[in-house]
Design a protein around this ligand. Structure first.
Ligand code: COA
Length: 373
């Protein structure tokens, strides 16, 4: 058996940002247009008027201040409210592969490796721009990697589930060097016209290089162990993909293909699951929570992370013990905990231990205990 280690991570950050204020101006303009267009039904009481959104609510409910997106103009156009992404020809790289490449290049550079030295690519994300051929195989080709590649989707937990799959293959020797890539175009999946959730997501791509510890060129983080768990719930879901349902009037409904959630239920049900999962994983590993220098948590909501930090550590986390990046990136689905790890792991000394944890739809939760060497 070999010992797997994370030897590099990389983040691709899209060039365009949307602040809460910009988002709310666009949403409110859309709501005003909608209310004007449906004034008669609203007056007759057959249709509900759309309320305005507010930056204060967004920050207070989520901790989010801004998000990055692949296209800002389409999202902020009150007559459109979703990204305008260029249609690509069949011969061009897809947008997910393109986003992934920059993240992969950074992860490889951090480890002193070339794409040709990789023999497994897992594209692990919440949404794939197509079902096949796998986005991962396209990334494999663009990197000049050998071996094999496949896509996997465990929603917001995709990164940790991908890391576990890759680490286990490295342990047994069936692969030697793996890239787990998380390109998330959440902006195409979010309903920007729904006041309850229009502020939640942002776009990004992350990559994690995993290889044998004894082959690491520049140190890294040994993967001591990982644990994944799932429990079915439809409280975070999209209802239809290619089997798109039609409404009674015969029209297809785009809303049915997008992100939906019962936010309050998610809070109540996911938090106990995540806390028990982390504490159980630590106990199995023979570690006290106090042995962790840092938690790199999924980045969905600040209140959620504060709660998890308190429950796991048994006290309020000290500054830096549980860093958030969601104020800048919003919820980037599977990529959030890896952005936090990428940004806040450079100060670890050999022997120090931390835990990466992601959770979300499924429900799903994945945790990875890592030790610096
Ligand atoms: N602007 C202003 N007010 C808003 C609003 C907005 N954009 N959206 C909702 N509100 C209002 C609601 O109408 C409601 O009003 P009411 O009390 O008069 O009915 C009130 O604010 C509270 O809404 P609620 O949806 O209960 O807010 P919340 O505190 O639960 O926060 C979320 C909403 C989505 C931020 C929160 O539920 C959450 O983060 N849930 C889990 C998210 C998550 O991790 N999901 C997984 C995705 S991977």
């Amino acid at each position: 058996m070999f010992t797997p280690a994370i030897t590099g991570t990389g983040v691709f950050t899209p060039p365009e940002t949307i602040t809460n204020d910009e988002l709310v101006v666009a949403f409110n303009a859309y709501a005003d247009r909608y209310n004007a267009e449906h004034a008669a039904e609203i007056a007759a009481g057959t249709l509900a008027a759309k309320d305005h959104s507010s930056s204060e609510f967004i920050f207070k409910a989520s901790g989010i201040e801004s998000r990055y997106v692949m296209d800002k103009t389409g999202v902020l156009d009150p007559a459109r409210m979703y990204p305008q992404l260029r249609q690509r020809s069949d011969d061009e790289p897809g947008i997910m592969a393109e986003m992934a490449l920059e993240a992969c290049a950074k992860a490889l550079a951090a480890a002193g490796r070339e794409g040709s030295e990789v023999d497994l690519v897992i594209c692990a994300a919440s949404n794939m721009e197509r079902a096949y051929p796998a986005i991962a195989i396209e990334i494999q080709k663009l990197l000049g990697a050998s071996g094999f590649a496949f896509d996997m989707n465990v929603a917001c937990s995709s990164a940790t589930f991908g890391i576990q799959a890759a680490a286990d293959m490295i342990r047994t020797g069936s692969v030697r060097r793996a890239l787990v890539v998380n390109p998330e175009i959440t902006s195409g999946h979010l309903e920007w016209r729904d006041r309850d959730c229009h502020f939640i997501f942002g776009d990004v791509a992350t990559a994690t290089l995993i290889e044998r510890r004894d082959e690491a060129k520049a140190g890294g983080f040994e993967i001591r162990s990982s644990r994944c768990a799932t429990e079915f719930s439809n409280n975070i879901r999209n209802n239809n993909g290619f089997l798109r349902r039609t409404r009674p009037d015969g029209m297809a409904d785009r809303r049915d293909m997008q992100f939906m959630q019962e936010g309050r239920k998610v809070f109540k049900e996911v938090l106990p699951m995540v806390c028990a999962h982390i504490l159980g994983h630590l106990a199995e590993e023979g570690l006290e929570p106090a042995a962790l220098r840092r938690l790199w948590l999924h980045q969905a909501n600040k209140t959620m992370n504060d709660f998890i930090g308190r429950k796991v550590l048994g006290r309020d986390p000290a500054p830096g013990e549980q860093p958030n990046i969601l104020q800048e990136y919003a919820n980037t689905s599977s990529a959030g905990s890896i952005i936090a790890f990428d940004r806040f792991s450079g100060d670890f000394a050999p022997g120090e231990t931390g835990l990466i944890c992601s959770f979300g739809a499924g429900y799903s939760v994945g945790s990875v205990i890592v030790e610096k060497f």
